[in-house]
Design a protein around this ligand. Structure first.
Ligand code: C5P
Length: 218
């Protein structure tokens, strides 16, 4: 039989949202089902790679043949990602919270009539950008860009600033049904330009992306 295209390789994938606590019973999060990230991890495993999937809380099953590391916050995700290195390729598909509440109350914030508590935020680490500028950067690094406006311009900016080889841009305007859905319409940006892929199932997007990575790793 033909050797599998990613045999002997380690692929790291992030998926799902992060959740950032406000107090013991409340948190803020991002909209993400984890479907696309989990599909990428599954496709990498089918291609013969050892796969580490670092995932925020999701309601879908673990992909087959993948080591899953469960995390909640962006800080935990960053730690888990660096603990999983070295990797030959990394695909950061998680919807990481850009901010977290500045103060996490140790007890439940009590409701008081006529009063709503103020929330202030601090910035979370950018996991993709941190990895993109690190000495342990995987040979191939892929980021995602979920945008509702100016998809390509915003994605091109991310390619430049985050140190990624590819940015997979998708339009997540509500009309598209991408969130929680099974299909995705993406544009893949790299130094070679923009490749517009047809609307495909998230499984097919994953397979194409894994083929691209296997080709680049040689
Ligand atoms: O800047 P934005 O969140 O739109 O960038 C999206 C890309 O960056 C995704 O690949 C996402 O997984 C990654 N990201 C990250 N850490 C953050 C924010 C985004 O790894 N704090």
């Amino acid at each position: 039989a033909e050797p599998k295209p990613l045999a002997g390789r380690h692929v790291l994938v992030t998926s799902g949202p992060t959740i950032e606590p406000i107090d013991p019973v409340r948190f803020i999060t991002n909209r993400s089902s984890g479907k696309q990230g989990h599909a990428i991890a599954a496709a990498a495993a089918r291609a013969g790679a050892r796969v580490t999937l670092v995932s925020g809380p999701v309601a879908i099953p673990d992909p087959e043949g993948v080591d899953v590391v469960r995390v909640e916050t962006a800080a935990e995700m960053l730690t888990a990602v660096f603990a999983a290195l070295p990797a030959d390729a990394a695909v950061m598909a998680a919807a990481v919270s850009d901010w977290r509440p500045a103060d996490v109350a140790s007890e439940k914030i009590k409701k008081a009539a006529g009063h709503a508590p103020p929330l202030s935020f601090i910035e979370n680490p950018d996991i993709l950008a941190t990895l993109g500028h690190d000495a342990q950067r995987p040979k191939i690094l892929v980021g995602f860009a979920a945008e509702t406006t100016d998809v390509e311009t915003n994605a091109a900016c991310k390619l430049a600033t985050k140190g990624a080889d590819y940015i997979v841009a998708n339009d997540v305007s509500p009309a598209g049904g991408v969130f929680g859905g099974d299909r995705n319409s993406v544009r893949v940006l790299s130094s070679a330009g923009v490749d517009i892929w047809p609307t495909l199932s998230k499984d097919k997007v994953a397979e194409r992306l894994i083929s691209l990575i296997a080709e680049q790793l040689g």
